[in-house]
Design a protein around this ligand. Structure first.
Ligand code: 1HN
Length: 351
């Protein structure tokens, strides 16, 4: 192919581009194909964080800064292809948060929605808009947009959880607000278990209505209930692409618990292998129980308990369980769905 040096037409174009640059103009025809790729061309790469490898470093952070000084003592899980951007997918942030016995992570609120998946240790609590919940391993806890939240650890062990937030999405939209509370620890205005009793038992308060954009008032989905549901559906045949998989919902509407983040739990019996699947929502997985491998992007990543891995948008993946395995996952699926952008493809079983 001729380059600009020996092609007068290209030289002429290049000079033209330089002239119009002064007016902050640039030709679409040079970037059209990159702007509108035939299928998602994500910079995000598949990656895994092995908890056994990073636990010591996380615990060491507890000797360097208090939860109070840090506000939130978290190690961010950065996608290796976009280091420095505090994101694990294009739209989502993930981190591992540590709270030591006796510590408090002070109350604040922000437009960004957050989820927690409790991984290690017992005895901490999270409070959301005046109600506390004890954090137990495998519990899925949410702090919807603009809800006041603080964490504390009155127990005797360090407690670690996975945080998932829609930070990059809110950043992209330039729609973020945040404020700190005057009091580090929220006053308890409702007894523990109140929200779950009112909204989480297939019943609702008499005059309560919500739209599908409202987050659920249920802010804790206890692992005991999740596991019972998964084992309940596991009495029937597994889905070839998902195994035994359920999505967390706002029980008042059937929509996702929060409008910007969808969350899922799945159980794969030992030896089960999923059939190739892809979807446009880049997804973060964490292994709650068991072990296995994920095949994605030409790599085979072995995972164990508490490991976190990411499957980028439109990357075909297969899961294989080497023991009975429970996986938690989250993505921006509800955003894509409400915008009419979400796609999935259930591929055939390889021969
Ligand atoms: C936040 O509020 C929490 O409340 C965790 O635990 C991580 C990352 C960025 C901004 C706010 C929390 C966060 C965060």
């Amino acid at each position: 192919m001729l380059n600009a040096v020996d092609n007068p037409a290209l030289t002429q174009r290049k000079r033209y581009y330089e002239r119009i640059a002064a007016y902050n103009l640039t030709p679409l025809w040079e970037v059209l194909h990159a702007l509108v790729p035939p299928s998602p061309a994500t910079p995000i790469v598949p990656a895994i964080w092995h908890y056994a490898e990073i636990r010591d470093a996380l615990m060491e952070s507890g000797t360097l800064i208090t939860a109070h000084e840090a506000v939130r003592r978290v190690l961010i899980l950065e996608n290796p292809a976009v280091r420095g951007q505090s994101r694990i997918t294009q739209s989502l942030y993930a981190g591992l948060q540590l709270i030591l016995p006796g510590e408090v992570a002070p109350a604040h609120r922000h437009a960004q929605s957050a989820l927690r998946m409790v991984l290690d240790g017992e005895g901490a609590y999270t409070a959301v808009d005046g109600e506390r919940t004890v954090m137990r391993r495998g519990d899925f806890i949410i702090t919807p947009s603009n809800t006041w939240h603080d964490h504390g650890n009155p127990g005797t062990e360090p407690v670690v959880w996975l945080d998932g937030l829609d930070i990059p999405l809110v950043q992209f939209l330039d729609a973020g607000f945040a404020e700190s509370s005057d009091t580090d620890v929220q006053a308890e205005s409702r007894p523990q278990g109140d929200a779950l009793a009112r909204y989480g038992h297939n019943m609702l308060p008499m005059d309560f209505t919500q739209t599908s954009a409202d987050p659920t008032r249920v802010f804790v989905y206890p692992y005991t209930q999740t596991k019972a549901a998964l084992l309940g559906i596991a009495r029937s045949a597994p889905d070839p692409h998902f195994g035994h998989k359920l999505r967390y919902v706002n029980p008042a509407t059937g929509a996702s618990p929060m409008p910007t983040i969808g969350a899922f739990a799945q159980w794969l019996p030992s030896g089960f292998e999923t059939v190739p699947y892809r979807s446009t929502d880049g997804t973060v997985f964490s292994c709650l129980e068991g072990s296995g491998t994920v095949e994605v992007g030409g790599k085979s990543l072995a995972f164990n308990e508490n490991d976190v891995f990411v499957v980028p948008s439109w990357h075909t993946y297969r899961l294989q369980a080497s023991s009975d395995t429970t996986l938690f996952s989250f993505s921006d699926r509800p955003v894509q769905q409400v915008l009419g952008l979400w796609r999935e493809q259930k591929l055939p079983k390889p021969s």
